[in-house]
Ligand binder design. Structure first.
Ligand SMILES: NC(=O)c1ccc[n+]([C@@H]2O[C@H](COP(=O)([O-])OP(=O)(O)OC[C@H]3O[C@@H](n4cnc5c(N)ncnc54)[C@H](O)[C@@H]3O)[C@@H](O)[C@H]2O)c1
Length: 270
């Protein structure tokens, strides 16, 4: 259902890999709400070709950019303003990757080149995206920048591995850059801390199935879906949340404030 909350707004959506991606579902919702955007993903992700389907469906263009490359990002931001016809109102950073996770390397046995690559892709890329936008003065006043994160930044989830540290770094960048973006350009910067969600990145975490069931049983409202995340992001892109900034916002059915639930106690008592 559309209420045209984003009518006339322009932006960039990073990270739509396939139809399960949180960015994919967010792009569909932004389109429904009247927003226009450029889709971007890493050149290697483009080869899978699915993003073109989304582009067609949402009447948008695709520009490849490795989010760790300043040159790619500079081109992306400049081209997006040309394509969309002006400065930008919203950005979704929906990017994450850990080679240690992908290759099953434990937290206590890191291969540091992989750790560094993961940090660059999953966290520092957010700084690079914002610095590029800031330097090109590419955001309209009262624009909104959102990145996606996970609660392993605050609490221990052993199998989340080095992504936990990357998310802590990402959330810190949101606050630190959000200060400058707020003060200098009246732009807000927030992170949404999302429930475990069955996507390519999510399912790469060891024991994901048990983990998502556990979170479901712990959360009074159940796990937030990718669509729930998309809808929350829409509110943050809209003018209804103009002075929400520097926040890490939980979209997790209540999980983050739970100690234990009856459902978990019942399971253990069996
Ligand atoms: N799925 C979950 O359980 C969950 C929970 C909380 C937060 N998140 C976060 O949500 C975000 C989106 O992930 P998702 O779950 O939709 O999975 P996804 O695998 O669909 O998306 C991850 C995206 O990152 C992109 N990417 C990787 N390297 C890149 C690079 N160098 N440059 C540009 N893009 C690159 C991938 O191509 C992919 O599109 C990530 O930040 C993830 O950590 C996911």
């Amino acid at each position: 259902m559309s209420t045209n909350l984003l009518k006339g707004k322009r932006g960039i959506i990073f990270g739509a890999l396939d139809e399960n991606s949180i960015a994919w579902i967010t792009a569909e919702r932004v389109h429904e709400e009247g927003g226009s955007f450029v889709l971007s993903n890493a050149p290697v992700a483009m080869r899978m070709g699915q993003i073109n389907e989304l582009a067609k469906k949402t009447n948008s263009e695709v520009i490849a950019a490795d989010a760790t490359s300043l040159e790619d990002l500079e081109n992306l931001v400049a081209e997006s303003m040309k394509i969309l016809g002006g400065k930008l109102d919203f950005i979704l950073h929906s990017i994450g990757m850990s080679i240690n996770v992908r290759k099953g390397r434990e937290y206590t046995d890191q291969k540091y080149e992989w750790t560094q690559k993961g940090t660059d892709v999953s966290a520092m890329s957010f700084h690079k995206v914002m610095q590029t936008l800031y330097k090109q003065d590419a955001m309209n006043e009262w624009g909104s920048i959102v990145a996606l994160t996970y609660m392993a930044a605050q609490r221990v989830f052993p199998d989340y591995n080095d992504m936990a540290d990357n998310k802590a770094y990402l959330e810190s960048i949101a606050r630190s850059f959000g200060y400058f973006f707020g003060k200098d350009k009246k732009v807000r910067v927030n992170t949404i801390s999302q429930s475990p969600t069955p996507t390519t990145a999510g399912m790469g975490v060891k024991g994901f199935d048990s983990f998502i069931t556990y979170a479901e049983k712990m959360s009074p409202l159940g796990n937030a879906t990718a669509l729930d995340c998309a809808n929350y992001t829409i509110t943050l892109f809209s003018d209804l949340t103009k002075r929400v900034t520097l926040q890490n916002l939980y979209n997790d059915g209540g999980f983050s404030n739970m100690g234990v639930s009856d459902a978990i106690i019942d399971d253990i008592s069996e």
